[in-house]
Design a protein around this ligand. Structure first.
Ligand code: AMP
Ligand code: ZN
Length: 468
């Protein structure tokens, strides 16, 4: 299995630090607003990476943070006249709703920066003790030139950076030893949330949170660190400097970065007014369509969002869902149960599509080619399954199709909602069973309805029900 490592700029064979395990950290969003469709790209891409590792039998420890202390959050809180905490809590909850809609699995752990301040203070102190950081008037800076490998991820040369950063020299931060130094801790300003530290009442810089949370939940060394390509510099470069200086070990073995999502061939930005939230898209489309759209391109290629491409994605996904539903219908209504010899042979042939799918995913998660393999399988299902198929054959094809779609996080067979009439018929049967003192059957019906999301309430006026 190969993946492109930003560090080496090459596709490399994936070799886990510990056999059978993957430790991965994905930088999460800053929660001051509803997430936009650009933020959705790394969520969907790296959730798919995780799912594929799990499909391959790895045990994946997936950590993704929420940055819940930041200038933008504070600004929004002031605008609304509420606490920063209220803003971040609100948008974490909203983000989780969007993630569920896009079928992004919850991380093994979603740490919050504000709950990890203690660890950040400790790591900053270690950096000071080791000579990698210094304090000036309550602010702590990282001494960038002290870390000899600085620039290794973004392939930048320190002296070029210095000339590019000259503006910083006149921006009031002249207390820094060097314009390349970055903030680890800053003193509070009026009205800002703050925490105690040996240097000042204040708050951490952004970069230190990921170094600390990654170490706490995954250990000093991890397999994969990921995020959008804008994070390569300075965020990930600074994370490497902090973690490797503090721990004395290589931080992450593989660095993965998704390319950007544009809208109608323009960068998405507030000033252009072309900003689209995931919530807005959900009003027009099932978010599964957005997921399918994101995976229709390779994650390292820029992706353009447009109404036409979303329509094409809707149609593409529908073709897969229709095939799956047809197989389910054939399975449930088949006249024969067991497979014929021909069907056994035909079912074995699906291995070819599974292999093509895996070959695409093994090649740096080429989801575009993986989807092409799914379409080939759909074609095969549509041509070889029909009214004469056995239940086992239709079910066997469906299982293969569902297995591949599950790696992509696409739900192709939905639990059907029960019709009101069916629910009421079961409730009547339950009443009759109770009258006949057949309580076992009555309980069975209640449980069956509960499993389908129907809640019963026995009232004086009779049995009432509602959908959960
Ligand atoms: P932020 O909240 O800005 O820190 O972003 C959270 C994640 O979304 C990071 O991994 C960013 O790199 C990523 N991201 C932000 N905008 C886009 C975009 N337009 N396309 C792809 N990824 C993005
Ligand atoms: Zn980060």
């Amino acid at each position: 299995m190969k993946l492109f490592n930003t560090m080496s700029k090459r596709k490399e064979e994936f070799v886990p630090l510990e056999p059978g395990k993957v430790k991965m950290y994905v930088c999460g969003p800053t929660v001051y607003n509803l997430i936009h469709i650009g933020n959705a790209r790394p969520m969907i891409v790296f959730d798919t990476v995780r799912r594929y590792f799990e499909y391959k039998g790895y045990d994946v420890n997936y950590v993704s943070n929420f940055t819940d202390v930041d200038d933008k959050i504070i600004r929004k809180a002031i605008e609304e006249g509420v606490s920063a905490d209220e803003i971040s809590r609100r948008y974490i909850a909203e983000c989780k709703k969007d993630m569920e809609g896009m079928n992004v699995k919850p991380a093994t752990k979603h740490p919050l920066a504000t709950e990890e301040i203690c660890g950040m203070v400790e790591m900053i102190q270690t950096l000071i003790d080791k000579g990698y950081a210094y304090e000036k008037n309550g602010t702590v800076y990282f001494r960038t030139r002290q870390f000899k490998d600085y620039g290794k991820l973004s392939h930048k040369n320190l002296d070029d950076l210095r000339s590019g950063n000259r503006a910083l020299l006149v921006s009031g931060e002249d207390e820094k030893e060097d314009p390349l130094d970055f903030v680890l801790w800053k003193p509070r300003k009026e009205g800002e949330p703050s925490w105690k530290s040996p240097w000042s009442d204040g708050r951490p810089g952004w970069h230190i949170e990921c170094s600390v949370m990654s170490r706490k939940y995954l250990g000093e060394q991890i397999d994969i660190h990921a995020g959008g390509e804008d994070l390569v510099f300075p965020h990930h470069e600074n994370e490497i400097a902090q973690s490797e200086a503090a721990n004395g070990k290589e931080f992450a073995k593989y660095w993965m970065h998704n390319a950007f999502l544009n809208i109608d061939n323009h960068k998405m930005s507030k000033s252009l007014g072309n900003f689209r939230t995931v919530r807005e898209i959900s009003e027009q489309y099932d978010l599964q369509v957005l997921r399918f759209f994101m995976l229709s391109a390779h994650y390292r290629s820029p992706l353009n969002f447009s109404a036409d491409l979303m329509e094409a994605s809707r149609n593409g996904l529908e073709r897969i869902v229709n095939a799956a539903q047809n197989l389910k219908f054939l399975q449930e209504n088949a006249k024969t149960e067991e497979m014929s010899a021909q069907e056994t042979e035909d079912l074995a042939k699906t291995e070819e599509y599974v292999k093509a799918f895996e070959a695409a995913m093994d090649d740096d998660f080429n989801t575009a080619d993986a989807i092409a393999a799914v379409f080939e399988l759909v074609k095969y299902c549509n041509t070889t399954a029909g009214a004469k198929s056995s239940a086992r054959y239709a079910g066997g094809l469906l299982a293969v199709l569902e297995k591949l779609c599950d790696v992509l996080g696409l739900i192709v067979v939905k639990e059907e909602e029960m019709l009101d009439a069916d629910i009421e018929a079961l409730i009547e049967e339950r009443q009759a069973a109770r009258k006949a003192k057949n309580f076992a059957r009555a309980d069975e019906i209640r449980d069956e309805l509960a499993a389908r999301g129907i809640i019963l309430e026995d009232t004086r006026e009779g049995v009432k029900w509602k959908r959960a």
